[in-house]
Design a protein around this ligand. Sequence first.
Ligand SMILES: [Zn+2]
Length: 220
Amino acid sequence: MIQLQNEALVKEITARILEQLGGRSVAADPGKCVKVGVSARHIHLCRKDMDTLFGPGSELTPLKELMGGQFAAKETLTIIGLKLRPIENVRVLGPLRKQTQVEISATDGIKLGVKAPVRLSGDLDGSAPIILVGPKGAVSLEQGCIVAQRHIHMSPEDAKRFGVHDGQVVSVQAPSERGGLLENVPVRVDPSFTLEMHIDTDEANALGIRQGDMLPIVCG
Ligand SMILES: [Zn+2]
């Protein structure tokens, strides 16, 4: 009997302490949370570079469907930085885009000897040079290599529910053992988007965040 009372007491105290320590993160309303997608290094290709790397008229082979009509392709490439150290088997994402873009982590940048700036996808002016090597040829890019800036995708309906707008910068709480507050997270709103936060492998590993974790948006 005493044993049972003690257990109940410990449970109650634990719940109260967690409530105080974790604040909103522990008692987070699931409706105010965003699912995390952890992006590994990857490449988007333009038609011209696809032709050079995989042969004229070649097409990407879809392997896994991603958000907004995108897919992970079967095709991979080797990337090489100015220090001539390669990273092999870097996944290509489809469909083809207007310009080639290589997204690496800051840790990859150190290995490659590439000073890639933190940028949102598509913002490539003044980004880092990189070399791509494929089965049929190589492409040397003067710019196009970035460390992807973390961001949240939302449909217009989700944006309304969260009370945020396209381009707004919010913060997201990571309540994990090595957690913290992820600041400077821009929201991107588009009808083709499903609610998802994209971070890279460095950010996920540093904060102990896993693919599919639900994290609360703590300020807008
Ligand atoms: Zn994204």
